[in-house]
Ligand binder design. Structure first.
Ligand SMILES: [Zn+2]
Length: 284
């Protein structure tokens, strides 16, 4: 019987980085995830020293564990050199700032191979991720699993190949529940979760799993469509989440909400309460 996961939320910075840890603590979050710039734009303005200091102080005072999510536009393996250069520069800058912010890790998506196949982009993708590691000294780099939409990179096997190739202790993995279901993993049953944990352990190594994204899914098992929903209101559902958050493979890990929120304003106290109310399922 491991300890339960630690639940948290993605929170908007709203240009006020120093208030993030307090706003996270106010809704009951034990961990927090932020973007350090516009997730859908390349222009990057690094936070001021004052904002960084305020953020660090807030995390220390509240005990909230911080994570950063890298911008969405990145594609480290693409044959488009201009896009690849921008992606690597964005990751390096994010990793550098993440060190200054004192965050545990930087979660990143991996982009698309655009039909050329994963093997054709693996070298370039890993070189790009290495450049991000080289720009930092402390923060973890956490590639995230994909929902399997289009030609996106991020299956369990692909994550394993990337982690193996990088061979760096600062490389971990982020798993997103909505992406897992959409990619065809039955995460709503103990048997399905046991199979996932075994597959992940063989391909990546369970000790590499450092953070989870806890999102219900508007789309069903194997849909390959990425649409997040509030906890309990989607295809994973309350019973499915109860199995997930109590599975021993995830004990003690931070789990971050990226849900629409009951009021449509992002992760909220209500979704955190729903996670904490999930009862441990009876053993079958
Ligand atoms: Zn993500």
């Amino acid at each position: 019987m491991g300890s339960l996961m630690r639940f948290g939320a993605h929170v908007t910075t709203g240009g006020a980085l120093a208030t993030v840890p307090y706003r996270a603590a106010e809704i009951g979050a034990e961990c927090v995830q932020i973007f350090v710039g516009n997730p859908r734009g390349w222009r990057f303005v690094p936070p001021s020293d004052q904002a960084i200091e305020g953020f660090r102080k807030g995390c220390a005072e509240t005990g909230v564990e911080p994570f950063v999510h890298c911008m969405y536009l990145v594609n480290y393996g693409t044959a488009d050199d201009a896009l690849r250069d921008r992606s690597i520069a964005a990751l390096a800058e994010t990793m550098r700032v993440a060190d200054e912010l004192g965050v545990t890790g930087v979660v990143t998506h991996l982009g698309s191979h655009k039909g050329t196949g994963f093997a054709s982009v693996l070298d370039r993708l890993c070189d790009g991720l290495s450049a991000g590691l080289a720009a930092s000294r402390h923060t973890l780099l956490l590639p995230e699993n994909s929902a399997g939409q289009g030609d996106t990179v991020g299956s369990i096997a692909e994550l394993g190949a990337i982690v193996g190739r990088l061979d760096d202790e600062r490389v971990g993995v982020c798993l997103d529940t909505a992406h897992l279901l959409a990619a065809g993993h039955e995460i709503r049953t103990r048997a399905g979760l046991d199979a996932l944990a075994a597959e992940f352990d063989a391909a990546v190594g369970l000790s590499r799993l450092r953070v989870l994204h806890l999102n219900d899914s508007k789309t069903d098992l194997g849909s390959r469509v990425d649409r997040h929903q509030n906890i309990g209101d989607g295809c994973i559902g309350t019973a499915g989440f109860a199995e997930f958050v109590h599975h021993p493979a995830f004990a003690g890990l931070p789990g971050v909400l990226e849900v629409p929120g009951l009021a449509g304003k992002g992760p909220d106290a209500a979704n955190l309460a729903r996670l904490r109310e999930l009862r441990r399922p009876d053993p079958a």
